[in-house]
Write a protein that binds this ligand. Structure first.
Ligand code: HEM
Length: 179
């Protein structure tokens, strides 16, 4: 039986922490935006926005760590029984998820800088993104792009989670690499 190599422990911990954060960010983002569009500006909407911004910004910082890990630590090789085409598809999907996990929070941060609406949980402000002017119209465009990127990310994550479940049910060792 071929030995399956796992991802390093720190990598696995970061993966699951970020998975919980991103899976919370998407419904919170949709919910708060719907409340904002319905003009429901109460403390619940404020709280949702504050947490969304704080968690989203934390994801951006963690992505820097994650990309560092990807560059400096080699991912374990796929087992030989996994067809080359599937290995290539998995790698491409993962790279695309990485790109969206950087671009989505960057556009959210740029949007709240342009609005400006940097306040988060406990009244603490996020730093403003350098070189982004205060401009409501620009903020609207940045939020639209942020929303589109987030939807693209959500679609990719459905594929990613579906593939993970398939590996789990087939017990082919791929799922175990990340647990
Ligand atoms: C991976 C990280 C992130 C994900 C997955 C995410 C996801 C989302 C989603 C799904 C929406 C709703 C879009 C819609 O319904 O049109 C949204 C809206 C929003 N997000 Fe994020 N977000 C992330 C990071 C951030 C960050 C870092 C900030 C700011 C610091 C931020 C600020 C906002 C704001 C202000 C809105 C409302 C935009 C509007 O009112 O049109 N997000 N986000």
């Amino acid at each position: 039986m071929e030995e399956i190599q796992k991802y390093p422990a720190g990598w696995r911990v970061l993966h699951w922490i970020m998975a919980v954060m991103v899976l919370a960010l998407i419904p919170i983002g949709v919910w708060m935006t719907a409340r904002g569009e319905a003009d429901l500006w109460d403390s619940l909407t404020d709280t949702l926005y504050s947490w969304h911004k704080l968690i989203g910004f934390t994801v951006l910082i963690l992505m820097v760590v994650r990309i560092g890990m990807k560059v400096f630590i080699k991912s374990p090789p796929y087992p030989d029984h996994l067809p080359r085409s599937l290995q290539l598809a998995a790698k491409s999907l993962h790279h695309l998820v990485y790109v969206l996990l950087v671009l989505t929070p960057l556009f959210g941060w740029a949007g709240v800088t342009a609005f400006p609406a940097l306040v988060t949980v406990g009244g603490y402000d996020l730093p403003a993104m350098p070189f982004v002017p205060v401009d409501r119209e620009l903020a609207g465009t940045l939020f639209d792009i942020h929303g589109l990127l987030a939807m693209g990310l959500a679609i990719l994550l459905v594929g990613h989670i579906g593939a993970a479940f398939r590996h789990m049910l087939r017990k082919d060792g791929i799922f175990k690499r990340m647990v």
